[in-house]
Unconditional design. Structure first.
Length: 164
């Protein structure tokens, strides 16, 4: 099929292959951005902050096939850089959804009034986290996407070659 050949639209398998490829590339770009920011955070300076609120939040969610409850820890802290006071709520660079028990564990780790380390971006002190470092499950996602995309594309190309 040539570009602009509207009388011969692409086959559904080609559309699925293109969508899968775009999805994998999007995941790769997102994870690389997260890893870059996480790695850069190792250079951020540290100040001492204080937890000002800490609770497990939840919301009823619904998809076309199922209903569920989503949980996440919501921890707010205050800190000072020089004479300026800031508040933050980012625990780590990558915020992932959690089960209820994991959310409760995180909230228990940060009770109200607790002194906590806060790492802030020296170029933008409003950007801060309490836990710096790489969120290792992102590496698993990246590895899967890097293995899946070339494998999928190779399989698609090989399936189109004439048999000998």
């Amino acid at each position: 099929m040539r570009l602009g050949d509207y009388n011969n639209p692409p086959k559904p398998r080609i559309v699925v292959a293109a969508l899968m490829s775009l999805l994998c590339m999007g995941v790769i770009i997102w994870v690389c951005g997260e890893l870059y920011e996480s790695g850069f955070g190792y250079t951020w300076p540290q100040v001492t902050g204080k937890v000002i609120s800490s609770e497990v939040r939840w919301k009823h969610m619904e998809t076309t096939k199922t209903k569920y409850v989503a949980y996440w820890p919501e921890v707010q802290y205050e800190y000072r850089v020089g004479t300026v006071r800031y508040t933050g709520s980012r625990i780590r660079f990558t915020q992932q959804g959690m089960e209820e028990a994991e959310s409760k564990r995180v909230v228990a780790q940060y009770p109200i009034g607790k002194a906590v380390p806060v790492y802030y971006n020296p170029n933008d002190p409003e950007a801060a986290v309490m836990e710096k470092g790489i969120y290792w499950p992102n590496l698993i996602v990246l590895a899967f996407a890097l293995i899946f995309l070339p494998s999928y594309l190779t399989a698609r190309v090989l399936s189109r070659l004439p048999s000998t």
